[in-house]
Write a protein that binds this ligand. Sequence first.
Ligand SMILES: C[S@@+](CC[C@H](N)C(=O)[O-])C[C@H]1O[C@@H](n2cnc3c(N)ncnc32)[C@H](O)[C@@H]1O
Length: 281
Amino acid sequence: MPFQFNFPNPEEDDDEKRSQGAGMDSISQKECHTTVTEEKAISTEVKIESDHQLNCEIQTVSYDIGKDLKVISLDTKLVEDKLKKEVKGEKTNSALHEALLSDNDLIPDKYEGGLKIWECAVDLAKFINTKSFTSKTIAELGCGGGLPGLCALKNGAKCVLFQDFNAEVLTNLTIPNVLLNCEENKEQCAFFSGDWKNLPSALQKSETVAQKYNVILTAETIYNTKNYSKLLDLLDFLLEDNGDMQFESQILEDNRFTSSICWTQSQGISREILHLQRKKS
Ligand SMILES: C[S@@+](CC[C@H](N)C(=O)[O-])C[C@H]1O[C@@H](n2cnc3c(N)ncnc32)[C@H](O)[C@@H]1O
């Protein structure tokens, strides 16, 4: 879907105001505020369940990625509807609960918009499909449906770490998408939820998931200036010394990386893919 700024001002620090803006009426705003932010910030590995395939009953949408490659995703609207039904009436403190009961595309620090396939995820997937990823290790940050990561996997990637703020996104959308597109490669995938700032410590604790990656992908994730330094710190942590990364966003002012635009789309809303590399010391 096209990028729409249909969410509260991300610069807004006042959580109380955000909750009011979200039009949340069936659960206590304070109740949600206290536990949800911390709970969501923790980085946790989400595993593929043995019966995970059952979540794939929902209709699918096929994305034409080019070079005869189609990537299939669960229909995100239907995933949202399913989750809405599940939380309706429940007094849960789930961060996603608040978002699902409101009309916002995201609620900063609670739900970060991963339940939709945003336009630049498709751009990035198409761009990736023009490259070879044979034996590369990939991390997709803020993956949502995970189209770019899936494309890298289909183009020979050795492993893909999918990260999204909300565990529910990984469970209900990203993992089913991996199973729909490349079930045979599921052992090569890992899934982590939580805030970017907490991913390094979660990876350091993991005995099975790598900490360093050749290529880092991220699409439509840089809308909140408060997160710029968090993301750059994470890129610095994850990126192999000789690795590189592509992502669509604004040029960031930081002296650890150089950036160049490697793809542009000027029709309609203009979009770009940035290519960042470590600065040579
Ligand atoms: C608008 S969605 C884009 C999803 C997907 N990349 C796409 O383009 O379809 C933004 C994503 O950024 C991620 N994100 C944003 N801020 C984050 C943060 N502070 N920590 C972790 N993830 C964050 C969330 O995982 C969320 O899914």
